[in-house]
Design a protein around this ligand. Structure first.
Ligand code: FAD
Length: 470
């Protein structure tokens, strides 16, 4: 009886992907799998959507990716590229099944060239490992998503990832000079190169960066490196409320200082941190600001002094400063604990990465409070205030159906307001599946059609990451 059901399951499993033996022959048996555990491990990311692929290919080279895509385009099988699976929007979820191309085995740093100021990498190099490797050569790769200990450069490129340092240094796009990409039909192409300037034709590098795996699979990247700043300093300040903190940020900029990071957190977030680490974890006050400066020591000291004066005159009730590595890291620890502290409340958090024009930061904090009053759900805000990219976390009780049901309406109101201010529904994470519902509101019909036209030109059979926003 047991044997019958096992063989029935086996037959069902095989009929689910009759093309699999041919795929395994095309890419090599050691690189293709239909093991149930492996399919499950490639079904989801850090968002909650999940869908099993029919097969996983562990590509080891550009030609493995090319062979897979050639195979898939002939048979019209969906293909979804996967990096580390840290995404927050279900981007690498193979929502139409088919093949997941895991890049995990393509993890070599091929070159670090201090003279040209570039690194050439395969897509599965972990962001923090690249940063550490170039640091040893006195170089700096600035993009710093909070997931940098796990996420891959390929995933960062596909989502145009950002982080706190983007205020001064910009997002991933600013560091991608050249790409090798395999197109949907299996042809590898190279766009861009290893020079800072390159105005040959359209900006195809920019087209692929942030395209969330819908236009091609990145198999190699040439990245721009900077000289590593020799010094840094951090200021950690508390304000009576978020409006005062927003005004203080403007006062810092008005003095001609551009910090490398400027982060603000609101009352709900601070209270969550105080509950977790004790009341003394954050001095009294309803808003927290963290600023970082980097560069030559004299410049850092001057920027720090100047900013401190701006914070004091804007009503900061407490300011701590650090200019040695250990103490700087200690001050960052509090900021890094905000997200885990919100999770520790026991509520579920929907982390939205909206971005508003910088002058709207104080308005955004006030609007989040008004949402709390209107819907009775906490909305915790913290993040990259210097560039307007605030993580707006809608907190709800997953055990309470009414509370969970309200989250959609909170997000509708939030996104409508952000768009009305000239902001965007995503600054870092992308659209993926999570924000698909709001895609039609975010861009005009003609611009969405242009996306569809570009997609059709590069992927006429629609096999690359189907079911997402295009
Ligand atoms: C704790 C945590 C903190 C985070 N903090 C930040 C943050 O500060 N800033 C930020 O920007 N993001 C952040 N994220 C989101 C996430 O880490 C980034 O989106 C990251 O860039 C995803 O990389 P990944 O390798 O995990 O990609 P995946 O999740 O595997 O894939 C993401 C998308 O990229 C596509 N893709 C992956 N590799 C390739 C490739 N080689 N070619 C083409 N397409 C590809 C996938 O199809 C998918 O659409 C965070 C996530 C977590 C879990």
């Amino acid at each position: 009886m047991k044997r019958t059901s096992t063989s029935a399951q086996k037959r069902a499993h095989q009929s689910n992907a009759p093309w699999f033996p041919a795929l395994a022959r095309a890419v090599g048996k050691d690189r293709a799998s239909r093991e149930p555990g492996i399919l499950d491990a490639h079904a989801g990311d850090s968002w909650f959507a999940s869908h099993r692929p029919q097969a996983v290919v562990f590509a080891e080279s550009t030609s493995d990716v090319a062979r897979t895509l050639r195979f898939a385009s002939l048979r019209k099988v969906p293909v979804t590229a996967r990096g580390a699976g840290c995404g927050y929007v279900g981007g690498c979820v193979p929502s139409r099944g088919g093949i997941v191309v895991s890049t995990a085995r393509m993890n070599r740093i091929l070159e670090i060239d201090p003279a040209d100021g570039v690194a050439v990498v395969e897509p599965a190099v972990i962001t923090a490992q690249l940063q550490a490797a170039v640091r040893e050569r006195g170089l700096f790769y600035p993009p710093d998503p909070a997931s940098l200990d796990e996420c891959f450069i390929g995933g960062n490129i596909a989502t145009n990832a950002g982080g706190p340092r983007c205020l001064k240094y910009g997002v991933t796009r600013q560091y991608v000079l050249g790409l090798e990409v395999v197109l949907a039909d299996g042809s590898p192409i190279r766009v861009g190169g290893r020079t800072l300037k390159n105005k040959t034709g359209y900006d195809l590098v920019g087209l692929f960066v942030g395209s969330e795996g819908t236009l091609g699979i990145v198999t190699q990247a040439t990245l721009r490196l900077l000289p590593h700043p020799p010094a840094r300093a951090v200021l950690s300040a508390v304000f009576p409320d978020a409006r005062a903190a927003g005004a203080a940020a403007m006062a810092v900029f008005a003095r001609g200082v551009l910090p490398s990071a400027l982060e603000i957190a609101d009352r709900f977030t601070l209270d969550a941190a105080r509950r977790r680490f004790g009341a003394g974890a954050v001095p009294p006050g309803d808003a927290h600001m963290l600023l970082q400066f980097d560069g030559l020591p004299e410049a850092v000291a001057a920027e720090c002094r100047c900013s401190r004066a701006a914070l004091e005159s804007s009503g900061a009730t407490s300011i701590e400063s650090a200019d040695d590595e250990e103490r700087c890291e200690q001050l960052w620890t509090l900021r890094r604990e905000f997200s885990p502290s919100l999770k520790a409340t026991g509520l579920k958090k929907l982390n939205e990465d909206i971005v508003v024009p910088r002058g709207r930061i104080a308005d955004l904090f006030a609007f989040a409070e008004s949402l709390q009053q209107r819907y009775g759900l906490a909305v915790a805000c913290f993040g990259h205030a210097g560039d307007g990219n605030i993580h707006t976390n809608v907190m709800y009780d997953p055990g309470d159906e009414r509370s969970a049901a309200k989250t959609g309406r909170v997000l509708d109101d939030l996104f409508d307001r952000v768009l009305a201010w000239g902001g965007a529904i995503t600054g870092e994470h992308g659209i993926g599946l999570a924000k698909k519902r709001w895609w039609p509101r975010a861009l005009s019909p003609r611009v969405r059609r242009l996306h569809a036209e570009l997609k059709a030109a590069l992927d006429p059979s629609g096999i690359l990451n189907p079911g997402k926003f295009v």
